[in-house]
Design a protein around this ligand. Structure first.
Ligand code: ADP
Length: 260
């Protein structure tokens, strides 16, 4: 915190990006990447030009969710983003590794450097939204990434049993440091819909996310159920075909983004 503040990086001349929204979480496995992907799909379905910058570089799952395996091509001094079936533009370290399952064992500064290059060296073209899937946690790497990109807003994703007040407070602190608003919280895997009667089953007990939102004066923008269909489509690389309750419940969040 005593170091000089890293400057926000300028955007290259091959990109014109209207809004940059980062998706963060206190820890891994809460569905941050899935929420980033669903959000991108929902925005694209509403006619927006959308890109996803996969900054979750130690466990990149964005290409897998969309079934993208093409290596990005070079065009002059730029890297061209990969494209999903429906035309969402994507950049991920996973697309550049020799093999998809190669582990990334780089240290923090190198990781941050790679993410910065996804901003400075990728020809994103014209985008209405760039969704940044952040590395999990509230440590140095996510902070550096956040400081390097000109973010318009932050979303915090959590599962019902994961969200501690501490995570929200840390997120708020980070947001203040970089002077970016937290748009709100997203609760994922909140409940299971009984396939027989449709009743909501709260597998993890009652949630504290709503309370955390209220206490910190932040809106709870979406509450998404566990949907085995979403897991299956994600595993098959077909998240763009998803049309279940988690997609419906993300609509209020899409509307908030359309107003920012
Ligand atoms: P994170 O990015 O936080 O590490 P992921 O988005 O990779 O988490 O999700 C972890 C796993 O949980 C994945 O297999 C994903 O398909 C699954 N998953 C996430 N959200 C849901 C949901 N709402 N319903 C069903 N499965 C989900």
């Amino acid at each position: 915190e005593k170091c000089a503040e890293p400057a926000v990086l300028p955007l290259n001349e091959a990109s014109d990006i209207k809004r940059v929204v980062a998706v963060m979480s206190g820890k891994g496995g809460v569905g941050k990447s899935s929420v980033s992907a669903l959000l991108a799909v929902a925005l694209a379905r509403r006619g927006h030009q959308v890109g996803i910058l996969d900054a979750d570089i130690t466990g990149p799952s964005i290409p897998k969710l969309f079934g993208v395996i093409d290596r990005p091509e070079q065009f002059n001094k730029f890297i061209l983003p990969a494209r999903t079936i429906t035309g969402i533009r994507m950049m991920s370290l996973n697309l550049l590794l020799p093999r998809e399952d190669d582990p990334v064992i780089w240290r923090g500064p190198i990781l941050s450097g790679a993410v910065k290059q996804f901003w400075t060296d990728v020809a994103w073209g014209k985008l209405d939204y760039l969704i940044v899937d952040m590395p999990p946690g509230t440590g140095d790497v996510p902070l550096t990434v956040m400081q390097s990109l000109p973010l318009d807003g932050l979303l915090v994703v959590s599962s019902p049993q994961d969200l501690s007040m501490m995570v929200v407070r840390k997120a708020i602190k980070m947001a203040r440091l970089i002077n970016v608003p937290i748009l709100g919280l997203v609760e994922n895997m909140s409940y299971l819909l009984c396939p027989h009667c449709g009743e909501k089953v709260y597998l993890f007990g009652s949630s504290h996310v709503g309370e955390a939102a209220q206490k910190n004066n932040l809106p709870l923008l979406a509450v998404l159920p566990i949907d085995p269909n979403l897991t299956e489509l994600g595993d098959a690389g077909l998240i763009e075909n998803y049309n279940g309750p988690s997609m419906q419940n993300i609509e209020p969040l899409v509307e908030v983004l359309e107003k920012t």
